[in-house]
Design a protein around this ligand. Sequence first.
Ligand code: HAM
Length: 426
Amino acid sequence: MLKAVRGTRDILPEEMKRWNFIEKVARQVFSAYGFSEIATPIFEYTELFARGIGETSDIVSKEMYTFTDRKNRSLTLRPEGTASVMRAYLENNLDSDGNEATKLFYMGPMFRYERPQKGRYRQHTQIGVEAIGSAKSALDAEIILLLIEFLTGLGLEGFELQINNVGCPECRPAYKKHLISHLSSVSDSLCKDCQWRWEKNPMRVFDCKQVDCQEFLNDAPQVTDHLCQKCEQHFSGLQTLLKRVDVPFTVNKRLVRGLDYYTRTAFEVVHGKLGAQKAVAAGGRYDNLIEEIGGKSTPGIGFAMGVDRLSLILEQEQVSIPEQRPLNVYLISLDHDSYNQSFELMYILRKKGFSAQIGYEERSLKNQLKIANRLNARFALISGPDENKKGVLLLKDMGSGSQNEVPLSELIGKLTDILAPQKRER
Ligand code: HAM
């Protein structure tokens, strides 16, 4: 039997309910903050990611799904959304048009050739947010607040926000020199990846998952102790505002990000229920990215969340997901004529805004009621030769079991009286 490709998976209907819920809450919260949705192509020219994310990042150096098309152009399935959104921002002149920031969000699959494990897939889905146009720490605080409000809106608890400041092109080069000289004394003992990381991109060693490499970093210089004045001010401004809006956070001085475009603020939200892949959301500021890909210098900040991981936590925490569309009426008929009438009635009920379903096979009343039960129908609407003769239908409340004869002409009015408040809730 053919199987799904390693690292990919089907999102089955039960899980899809959680995904739809996640997307719905995201759209609600993000639009309240003034963000508009954007969709970019699934593949881009490879150069966009190489320049944007950085040649020495794990993503670009070993995780991209890159191929040449029929005209021999190098294309890549997007490993993340930020570079694509910046490309779209430039190509479509989405600058803020008098507003101080262009605020965008997106949802969709990303592709990374990583070793698959729980919570880590080769095709995963992200919901991301990008705000372009302001370098002020108030925007950082607002973006983080948005993330926290979204997670709370999902009904999630037990997550932790970690923040750091990874410096800027002014202060980082000097810090990197310190770090390189610290690492040079232990370079032979570092893992294979860090052997080349430490000289080319030494801060990436902080992101290494090998315990030994982490131990060598215990007394390494921290970037936060080498920030320039502007970065320091930015970092303290952010912390002041987060405290003002009651967002709990911890400063994690070792927090660096796997993508090279970050400047100043970097942050992650981790959740204890996720095991090894504990980051549920991550992001930061990228004040030089737009210039890197050919635009004029424009600051920006954003984050992305793993929908697969959010869904895992919702499941483990048994967060209750609101029923998407409860079934109002299941139509049951006992002979051919009443089936046709029920079919027409189903059409009318749906037009009036009720949800209705009908079966396709001939079954006994008992078996049809069983199906109505399984589908969680609020009512069964039963018709047979006797009801037809009298011009009535049997309306059975599937919860209480009580049933009443209702004249056909009064059916819609009666259902509206009972179900209208429920319909409005949707
Ligand atoms: P990232 O940290 O690479 O950042 O990914 C963001 C989130 O996507 C992670 O925190 C995680 O929840 C999820 N994720 C990443 N890789 C996988 C995977 N293989 N399987 C399942 N989930 C995964 C970015 O992509 C940046 N573009 C975020 C950003 C937006 N920074 C600024 N703006």
